[in-house]
Design a protein around this ligand. Sequence first.
Ligand code: E4P
Length: 218
Amino acid sequence: MRFFVDTADIAAIRELHELGMVDGVTTNPSLILKSGRDILEVTREICDLVPGPVSAEVVSDKADDMIREGKHLAALAPNVTVKVPLTWDGLKACKALTDEGHMVNVTLCFTSAQAILAAKAGATFISPFIGRLDDIGLDGMELIADIRQIYDNYGFETNLLAASIRSVNHIIECARIGADVITAPPAVIKAMANHVLTDKGLEQFTADWAKTGQKIGA
Ligand code: E4P
């Protein structure tokens, strides 16, 4: 299972990358806004830091404009993955950009029908949004399972990139289902290390160790 980090925060990416936790990065216009950085500059910087795929999103709604923007983004670094929305124009842009050899991540996927079209258009990654489906009372994880089954039924090569992840449980469920990649905010990835019994056990060991009066290597 590959881990992508869903942020444009360089310090957060660096911290996880140094621990070997980052196989790629995803950004979107909202994350670029949050970073306060110029999209071209921050994308280049992330690509220098992380060798894996780095998604940068186009912002136009017409295929020709998306293709133009996509080529501009792809020229920044060889590991840029052009992110296009799952609209009819986005699918056209996906086909054109993948035909030219660029990696494409089709984003804002909310149904398995959309995921089938993305695979047919040659997408490198499909990004179904779990959390946003949960937000409206639907089951985001059911979509991940459906896409996994459909892609496996037909041997589609598009990577299932589970997105809009809000919790550690989302990541575990994705791992059970067999998502190829998850993209999650740094805080959710770091929260995977936490357990109340780890904290409680450590507290006990620290207290008991102090009572021994011993030191290691001092
Ligand atoms: C994925 O590529 C998106 O950037 C992201 O996962 C969206 O997550 P959100 O629904 O929490 O904004």
